[in-house]
Design a protein. Structure first.
Length: 702
């Protein structure tokens, strides 16, 4: 079953393993335990597998958010860093927000202790503890078939709300928003028996692709039916009529409505299952004039009516940074990608682009040209040949490929759904998303495959060899290959691996090997889940990997200098190893190289190859302010911690914040900063330079 339970080394505890999402979390015990299967129905919350053990204590390898509930479901204790909680004898469910969702059922006294590194939960001497686990892997309930008729597409998108696990404000938690049904184009409409929940909400839009696609995320979140109408508006059974074509225009009004409804649900949910102190609620409650306690129990349509009376300007400053804006071409085939975009609760914009000439789009500035003159070679072909070519790059080598430049937004990530190769955005692919859905359980460690097919690039190989798998709590299996032939590289690509880091040359013929070139387009299938193709103009081979079964990866648009490729390769390796998803890792790494903009994500940019050590991946920027230090923290989304998750910086403030995005800056003393940096090894920018928490010299921060 997935998740599964395995004994830890020596038998003193159990490891919970999600073999689809490639997550692992160990619960250690002071004595050896013998787990036995347990009934999952014993839990209030859904779990997929459970075991019972007998122990006096459980120790956790990291500090996570812990909630203890009594038999009624009420929270009786919460614990984070430096916690000290005591509960009298009773029946409790202890919820552990680990990389795999865990619940412990116990009848005992309970003591929870946490320090800077880990947590311990102690019970009466030795008692039965039932541990339940739930994977964060989501599969759509069904596939809907639709024709290209706009009204059929409206009916198909109306089924998205059927995936919501609740219509209460708790659906603002990512784990309570299920994956919408997938859509395939066909000869007739077949909704697979799916209906939206009875929310009493309808969205009317003109029967045209652009309007239908733009409202898809809002329809999903509101559990609304989409129907044709002369003007875009929301109608409810309670008499609400709300125009979606406001002063800022149709697309911006839809975006603001989605963000406003979601945000106010995040505030209202603090009256429910998780009554935490939320920074954003404290910041806006006096201004919005809403009675959240009363609103929490009201039907969705009534809450919506109250929410939309709040001026958007009153909350705009406190919204979480949106994970994704997807620029979707208004063509029928784009509808097949919409369920995956909506699963991220992305903002959808009709693709308004500026088609750009490659000679203009990839024009090198003076800094790049100077670096080219000093660099030994690029990674376009063999080192000898490219040394000559690198001083006189031909920007028109792919004149048949159209480059597009999507409009920049304030989301953390941008994606392009449609024809052409985007600049400044990831290239989304329905094949990549489907490949992820088809991911099957795999036993064993996380497999990392490094291929270096040019001895002149050994510097990058040596730099990254010790990066992957340097985390004691997470088992990696790193294999290194050098100077492969075409047959050997084909074998490597066909074998199952979580991540391929390729170092070498790529040209029009494919991957340059010891005896020729291998074109991935000649392969029917590959076993590579994700990849970094650190070679020149590798996007075509990257797209071929997606077509053959990969989920996502990072490739290059043009020739890249070997020296800059080394810098990008090492930076990306460290970020991916630390748990950053592909798109977030590239977003940070781009700023570290003069050629960062030549790299792009292909496929599913939300894929992470490793779980994050603590809560969610975060990036720190630290400045000295007199005798103290100001810390700016930016939190990034993951498949586990999506839009609407909670984060809490481990400072004395003790307040939760909505994720993802930037939390308000905070000041720490010299000693406090030292302790804060010791919590986990995250990327840190000091004095304009990217480093890592374990490498920061606090005395040198300006």
């Amino acid at each position: 079953m997935n998740p599964s339970f395995e004994p830890v080394d020596g038998g003193a505890g159990i490891a919970v393993v999600d073999s689809i999402e490639r997550h692992r979390y160990a619960l250690t015990t002071p004595e050896s335990v013998a787990p036995r299967p347990a009934d999952t129905d014993r839990f209030r919350f859904p779990v997929e597998n459970a075991v019972a053990i007998r122990t006096s204590a459980i120790s956790l390898p990291s500090v996570i958010s812990v909630h203890a509930r009594d038999e009624s479901g009420a929270i009786v204790a919460q614990a984070e860093h430096f916690a000290s909680e005591e509960l009298p004898h009773g029946k409790y469910t202890i919820e552990l927000s680990a990389p795999i969702k865990l619940y412990c059922r116990v009848e005992s006294t309970v003591s929870v202790r946490a320090d800077i590194e880990g947590m311990t939960i102690e019970f009466d001497d030795a008692t039965e503890v039932v541990v339940g686990a739930r994977s964060h892997h989501e599969r759509p309930a069904a596939t809907v078939t639709a024709t290209t008729d706009p009204e059929d597409l409206m009916a198909a998108i109306s089924t998205f709300g059927s995936a919501l696990k609740t219509t209460s404000p708790e659906r603002s938690y990512p784990t309570l928003r299920g994956h919408p049904p997938t859509i395939e184009l066909g000869d007739e409409l077949d909704l697979a028996g799916l209906e939206p929940p009875e929310t009493g909400v309808t969205i009317e839009v003109p029967p045209e692709y652009r309007s239908i696609f733009v409202v898809a995320p809002l329809a999903y979140y509101l559990g609304a039916r989409v129907r044709p109408g002369d003007e875009p508006r929301i109608r409810t059974d309670h008499g609400l009529e709300y125009s979606l074509d406001g002063p800022s225009g149709f697309e911006r009004t839809v975006e603001q409505t989605l963000k406003q409804t979601f945000f106010l649900d995040c505030l209202a949910r603090t009256e429910g299952l998780y009554p935490v102190a939320l920074h954003e609620r404290e910041a806006v409650e006096a201004d919005v004039g809403l009675d959240f306690a009363a609103l929490y129990d009201r039907p969705l349509a009534e809450r919506l009516d109250a929410y939309l009376d709040v001026p958007f300007a009153a909350i705009e400053e406190y919204l979480p940074e949106w994970k994704l804006t997807s620029h979707v071409e208004p063509t029928p085939t784009s509808v097949e990608t919409l369920p995956f975009v909506v699963d991220d609760l992305a903002v959808v914009r009709s693709a308004s682009t500026e088609s750009v000439e490659r000679s203009n789009a990839l024009m090198f500035d003076d800094g790049v040209e100077a670096a080219r003159r000093e660099a030994g070679f690029t990674r376009g072909a063999s080192a000898t040949a490219s040394t000559t070519r690198s001083t006189n790059p031909d920007p028109n080598t792919d004149a048949d490929l159209e480059f597009v430049s999507p409009e920049t937004t304030d989301s953390l990530e941008e994606a392009w759904v449609g024809a052409g190769m985007p600049l400044g955005a990831s290239k989304a692919s329905v094949e990549a998303y489907r490949n992820r859905l088809d991911r099957t359980p795999v036993d064993g460690d996380i497999d990392i495959t490094v291929v270096c097919n040019d001895a002149d690039m050994a510097e990058e190989r040596d730099l990254i060899e010790d990066v992957y798998g340097d985390r004691d709590e997470l088992p990696f299996d790193v294999s290194l290959h050098r100077d492969l032939t075409t047959a050997e590289l084909e074998d490597v690509l066909s074998a199952r691996t979580d991540f391929l880091h390729y170092i070498g040359h790529v040209d029009d013929g494919g991957f340059e090997c010891a005896n020729g070139a291998l074109d991935v387009n000649t392969l029917d299938t590959v076993g590579v889940d994700a990849f970094l193709l650190n070679a020149c103009q590798s996007y075509r081979q990257g797209m071929a990997l997606i077509e053959a079964g990969s989920i996502g990866g990072i490739a290059t648009l043009t020739d890249v200098l070997n020296s800059e490729a080394i810098r990008m390769g090492r930076t990306l390796a460290r970020l991916l190893n630390a748990g950053f998803p592909l798109q977030s890792a590239l977003g940070i790494a781009r700023d570290e190289s003069i050629m960062g903009d030549e790299y792009l994500v292909i496929g599913d940019g939300g894929l992470a190859i490793a779980q994050q050590a603590g809560g969610q991946p975060n990036f720190l920027n630290i400045e000295r302010k007199g005798e103290s230090f100001r810390v700016y923290m930016k939190v990034y989304p993951t498949p586990l911690g999506g839009l609407g998750s909670l984060v809490i910086p481990y400072t004395e403030d003790g307040c939760y914040h909505l994720s993802p995005g930037s939390v308000p800056p905070f000041c720490l003393s010299y000693d406090e900063l030292q302790e804060f940096l010791a919590l986990e090894n995250v990327p840190v920018k000091t004095n304009g330079r990217l480093t890592w928490a374990t490498e920061v010299d606090v005395d040198e921060i300006d």
